[in-house]
Write a protein that binds this ligand. Sequence first.
Ligand SMILES: C[S@@+](CC[C@H](N)C(=O)[O-])C[C@H]1O[C@@H](n2cnc3c(N)ncnc32)[C@H](O)[C@@H]1O
Length: 270
Amino acid sequence: MSAKNNQPDWNMIAEKFDMWLPHIAPVGEVLLAALEVKPGERILDIASGTGEPALTLARRLKGHATIIGIDAADGMVQVAQAKVMKEKLQGISFHCMPAEQLAYHDNSFDRILCRFGVMLFNDPLQGMREMRRALKPGGRFAIAVWSTPEAMPVMHWAYETFKTRLPEDLHPPLAKVTSLGAPGLLQDLLNEAGFAGFSVERRAFDYQFGSFEELWDTVEASDILKQQYDALPQNERGKIRDEVGRFARDFIHDGQLRIPHEYLVAAGNK
Ligand SMILES: C[S@@+](CC[C@H](N)C(=O)[O-])C[C@H]1O[C@@H](n2cnc3c(N)ncnc32)[C@H](O)[C@@H]1O
């Protein structure tokens, strides 16, 4: 399984990514708690996608902070910025920028967070060096990355199901998405970027759906596997659904599908 960066085309799926936000909201809460933001601070959300967790923070602080979200995909930034306009939120803006090259001065943020972005960067080490550079001395960071392939069941099931049908360069990006999940890797990355004295905690939450159909409808409708589906004949769709559905059977309890997913949270100060 190579760590090829065949992640979804974030620009193309930007309008649909919000389908996943309620499911990963618990991770945002953990990051915001670890970040310990105070009113009046300057906060950067890296790889902010369609705006979370930055928007949740802005709604809570009601203009009493300066919050900036950046993402490399302009489509995601547009969706996030449209929410700012629609809700007339104060003190928050989104900008298109790679994490590896932040257009901010050294020591310019009190807090920096990143939910499920670092492992997707083209150059995670450079991204973490930039995060450290932009953080004020004593400033606090909190980041979340996915754990190991086995602890990320939905993507793992998709990988197992598609991999036999597609050439390697079109396999679902399980390796890239879980590339920082093995013990020690995130610690090593942060140490190499210059951080010290931080914590790394393994945590879990459940993806919850009313049924397997509801889960797989979300996967298909959100287009996160569009590249893979586009490379297969239409009549393979039903077979894929059936095969993935077999993996999901063990996770149905009391008429609910609950699939535990593991992630790592690193938090500390510069
Ligand atoms: C899984 S989404 C997470 C979005 C958001 N943080 C959330 O949790 O809802 C990953 C995001 O990382 C962004 N991304 C990937 N590589 C990036 C890079 N090098 N610099 C900045 N953003 C990047 C993608 O464009 C995408 O919006």
